[in-house]
Ligand binder design. Structure first.
Ligand code: HEM
Length: 432
């Protein structure tokens, strides 16, 4: 293994990609920059100083993905925007593989493929077709109808917690809200939420090939669960998104069975693994910035801009999902070769001093605030209106109803979840 760092991703185990792009020979090697254990709990607690160094010294930084695939970490705001919109970069590594190519893949990979036929892993025109099937359900107008239900759920969760005078803000508040809402929208039994959260947790948290292998039972369990759910709903349709998707699949050419399974998987996982961290990390950061917390308590109308700033500052999604180069091209003076993987570091772009004044300062009234927390370009977050609604109501309700809210353990004792994409704490014990 070269001096390059190893970054493996659960969502995309090692795959044969087009022509063996260049083992990283001859690439610029910013040797003096240390390579931390990306994805480790320690790194996740505060990756920002490290990214600041990359922005200053090596804005397109070489690394090995999956231990052998040449790739790049891109950290400056303008370059991250370029990556998210670049015509030479694509997402689709899997759907068009021939049987022979599939046979050459590592043996364990066939377990992951059924879940990877979703819009986040596809390029146009498939991406456009898949996104078009669900985008209406997530428009601000339709999402606004959920306001009452989101308010009711946060009230119930806070009522239960207030009787105990303490809670784990993740397990008792930030997590049950988005899981329940996305399950209800899809038509997935809410009682199963612990089960699918456990599976998805295994998939988003792993940081090594070994953990990828260990995640296989979760992949199998999740896939089997979604298939059964589809069959049940096919037999007895409801007034939910799953039924609408099944009808699209039955109508013929718009959605294959594999794409349907994969769509349900993506919406379930993306619909809660992210928002939980906006709510929990958002409240954590407010508790660490009492002046800003007071500002929001006194001026509830600030909540819209507060949520944007908390998204920028906490980065629930640290890295955009991997892009792969379809051809050679130059990015910020660095030659990217066909087949290279490129990771846009959203958490770095959101703290780029070239884009934001005082980027490490929390300012709930920040204006302008063109953060990249929801990405950019065609894969811009489908669920952004829902995440904003849930985040605003959950944060607002907690700080208004719990005036004595405080951390029950020192912040340095908090344990962060491992994994490359998602950023958030495992538990957040609070008292009030
Ligand atoms: C605070 C909460 C959330 C954050 C920070 C977030 C962030 C993101 C980001 C950065 C992307 C782009 C990834 C890339 O380009 O590689 C994305 C895509 C996506 N998000 Fe979210 N997300 C959140 C909540 C949600 C929710 C509630 C849903 C509900 C379904 C959702 C569904 C999706 C989907 C389906 C995509 C893929 C879109 C596409 O490929 O066209 N997200 N999200």
């Amino acid at each position: 293994m070269s001096a390059q760092s190893q970054v493996s991703q659960p969502e995309a185990p090692a795959l044969p990609v087009p022509p063996p792009a260049a083992a990283a020979a001859g690439r610029p090697e910013p040797g003096s920059i240390p390579r931390p254990d990306f994805g480790s709990a320690r790194f996740k607690a505060d990756p920002f100083a490290y990214y600041a160094r990359l922005r200053a010294e090596a804005p397109v930084f070489p690394m090995m993905i999956f231990g052998h695939q040449p790739g790049w970490l891109v950290t400056r705001y303008d370059d991250v925007v370029a990556v998210l919109k670049h015509p030479s970069l694509g997402k689709d590594r899997f759907s068009k593989l021939s049987e022979a190519e599939r046979a050459k893949m590592p043996w364990f990979f066939r377990y992951f493929l059924p879940l990877m036929q979703n819009m986040l892993e596809r390029d146009p025109p498939d991406h456009t077709r898949l996104r078009g099937l669900v985008h209406k359900a997530f428009t601000p107008h339709l999402v606004e109808r959920l306001r009452g239900r989101v308010q009711q759920l946060t009230d119930q969760l806070l009522d239960a917690a207030m009787k105990r005078r303490s809670m784990d803000l993740v397990a008792d508040y930030a997590l049950p809200l988005p899981v329940t809402i996305i399950a209800e929208m899809l038509g997935v039994p809410v009682g199963d939420r612990a089960k699918f959260h456990r599976w998805s947790g295994k998939l988003v948290s792993n940081t090594s090939m070994l953990e990828t292998l260990i995640a296989i039972p979760a992949v199998l369990g999740f896939t089997r669960y979604i298939r059964k759910l589809i069959e049940k709903r096919r037999a007895s349709p409801g007034d939910d998104l799953l039924t609408a998707l099944i009808q699209a699949e039955e109508a013929g050419d718009r959605l294959s069975q594999e794409e349907l399974v994969s769509m349900v998987f993506l919406i379930l996982v993306a619909g809660h693994e992210t928002t939980v961290n906006l709510i929990a990390s958002g409240l954590l950061v407010l508790l660490q910035h009492p002046d800003q917390l007071e500002r929001l308590r006194k001026d509830p109308a600030l909540i819209g801009s507060a949520v944007e700033e908390l998204l920028r500052f906490t980065c629930p999604v640290e890295l955009a999902s991997m892009r792969v180069a379809r051809e050679d091209f130059v990015l910020a003076g660095t030659k990217i070769l066909r087949g290279d993987y490129v990771a846009a570091v959203i958490a770095s772009a959101n703290r780029d001093e070239r884009q934001f004044a005082n980027p490490d300062m929390l300012d709930l009234g920040r204006e302008p605030n063109r953060h990249l927390g929801f990405g950019m370009g065609i894969h811009y977050c489908l669920g952004a209106p829902l995440a904003r609604l849930e985040g605003a109501i959950a944060i607002q309700n907690a700080i208004q109803r719990l005036p004595e809210l405080r951390l029950a353990v020192p912040a340095r004792k908090l344990r962060w979840r491992t994994g490359y994409i998602i950023r958030g704490v495992r538990k957040l014990p609070v008292a009030f």
